[in-house]
Design a protein around this ligand. Structure first.
Ligand code: GLU
Ligand code: ASP
Length: 498
């Protein structure tokens, strides 16, 4: 494939037509809107589907295992972004990778829509893990491709895109959740598949006209000789993994529980290797090496934050389902609807935060300080969940839905301090030679968080509730305070990035 230069790409995208942004943003926005609709819609009912009794249409799994699977699944979904980044970079280019990703995701939801029980669950998970790895980091990268380096609309373009993500996540629980819980889980999963189908239609119908050359080129294509070597290695590797897994399952050595340990291990080891490889690379400068050191505490902070935020669809979802009054002001509510609270507050508060940072101008807190606020709010969102059990002296009564509302509100205060800032900090702190992988690096913080969650979430039970929220929330708050105190030192390592 011929090399195309950056300017040529930018010029090929109609530069106006979507809220004053390049027209291609429409394509990325709606593709990602529908993809997130399908993902968060599915996740809003998946835990319940797994542990619900078989007679009620569920799979009748053990509670703890079901929670662990939710975390392992989330972890692998973000880990596979590494594969998606590599395929786009070296084989297919971003646009084609997104397309194939969308197809796999849709097939994954279709698998769950069919009444094939646990087999369908694992097939679906496999397809959605690979599919999301192909789609998510790349659809975000296309956004970056549409702006010239100096374009001041870039950040607001990403904010609009971020709204798209959260709008998809906001409406999904009401549609997929309601149909899934009130009528039939498979119907819910079917609607998630329809969502991804609509996303694919938008993508295919508008990409030629709106995206121009963005994402059509392969930045660092494999040479013909290399191709053969790589394919043989992947082929043999893939077959070996399948054989080992098959033997493991047959002999009973590879249990779900052991698999969760494997994922937790990978979740720690992969970012560690990433950092070591980058740190030792000859392609990075002295300043970049210093910035990389500064990025390590931020990465750990992001991990701690996502560990709490991602438990919204596991532990807090469970709390909504079993420990919360499901009526409010005379209105019946579904437990899946609580999953809309995070994206709802994001949409309501993101403009407030943007205005606040603008107003503060150069007096706004540094990136590291913002991260520390993220942790403090994240931890606090768990600590407040200690109160209902203490108020009612026990966990056998139902708590008011307002507690979850409060918890999600507080976690979003943290999310807005950390999530948008984190992605931009990653792009600024990652060494130039590794810039193509920055999106995967950022998503790895979430993958690692959920890999650790796989071990933690199974400990949540009515008997442990107070200690669970108190200890985890408390630890994360303490981490936040430490980060706040050492932030000036970390900032010094950033060499001019603030
Ligand atoms: N919840 C956001 C999304 O689904 C952010 C995930 C992350 O950055 O780790 O896009
Ligand atoms: N706020 C999350 C993200 O930005 C969405 C969610 O948790 O529902 O997409």
């Amino acid at each position: 494939m011929t090399k195309i230069n950056k300017e040529e790409i930018v010029q090929s995208v109609p530069q106006k037509g979507f809220f004053g942004q390049p027209k291609g943003l429409f394509t990325s926005f709606f593709t990602e809107f529908w993809e997130r609709f399908s993902y968060y819609g599915m996740r809003a009912i998946l835990l319940f589907y797994m542990y619900e009794e078989i007679v009620n249409g569920g799979l009748g799994m053990d509670d703890g295992i079901a929670k662990s699977i939710m975390a392992v699944y989330g972890s692998l979904v973000y880990m596979s972004g590494i594969i998606g980044g590599w395929i786009a970079d070296r084989l297919l280019g971003t646009q084609r990778t997104v397309f194939y990703g969308g197809i796999l995701i849709m097939l994954g939801h279709i698998a769950l829509a069919l009444p094939f029980g646990i087999t369908a669950l694992f097939v679906s998970m496999f397809l959605i893990i690979i599919g999301t790895g192909l789609l998510k980091p790349n659809v975000s990268n296309i956004v970056g491709d549409m702006y010239s380096a100096k374009d001041i609309r870039r950040d607001s373009g990403f904010s609009i895109f971020y709204m798209g993500i959260n709008m998809g996540a906001l409406i999904a629980p009401f549609i997929v959740g309601t149909l899934g819980q009130k009528y039939n889980y498979h119907l819910g999963f079917g609607i998630a598949a329809v969502g991804m189908f609509l996303g694919l239609i938008v993508f295919v119908a508008t990409r030629k006209k709106y995206l121009g050359l963005a994402g059509t080129y392969v930045p660092n294509p494999l040479e013909d000789g290399e191709k053969k070597k790589v394919f043989t290695r992947f082929g043999i590797g893939g077959i070996l993994v399948i054989i080992i897994a098959a033997i493991g399952i047959k002999t009973g050595i590879l249990t779900i529980n052991r698999f969760t340990y494997l994922v937790s291990f990978l979740a720690i080891i992969i970012p560690t290797i990433y950092f070591i490889v980058m740190y030792r690379s000859k392609k990075i400068t002295k300043d970049e090496r210093s910035r990389l050191l500064a990025y390590i505490p931020l990465f750990i902070a992001a991990m701690a934050f996502w560990a709490i935020q991602e438990q919204g669809s596991i532990v807090l979802a469970d709390y909504a389902n079993k420990r919360t009054e499901l009526s409010f002001l005379g209105l019946d509510i579904q437990s899946s609807w609580f999953q809309s609270l995070d994206p709802l507050f994001i949409i309501l508060l993101a403009p407030v935060f943007a205005a606040m940072w603008m107003k503060l101008g150069i007096r706004q807190p540094s990136t590291t300080r913002k991260f520390s606020f993220g942790l403090i709010f994240g931890g606090l969102s768990f600590v407040v969940m200690v109160i209902p059990a203490l108020l009612h002296s026990g966990t056998d009564t139902l708590a008011s839905p307002l507690w979850l509302l409060l918890s999600f509100f507080i976690v979003v205060l943290g999310e807005l301090c950390l999530s948008p800032v984190g992605l931009s900090a990653t792009t600024k702190l990652a060494p130039a030679a590794f810039s193509a992988q920055t999106m995967s690096l950022w998503f790895l913080s979430n993958a690692s968080a959920q890999g650790i969650n796989a071990q933690i979430v199974k400990l949540f039970k009515p008997e442990t509730e107070v200690a669970y929220f108190g200890i985890i929330g408390g630890i994360v708050m303490v981490l936040g305070v430490i980060l706040f105190l050492i932030s000036p030192r970390i900032q010094r390592f950033m060499k001019g990035v603030n």
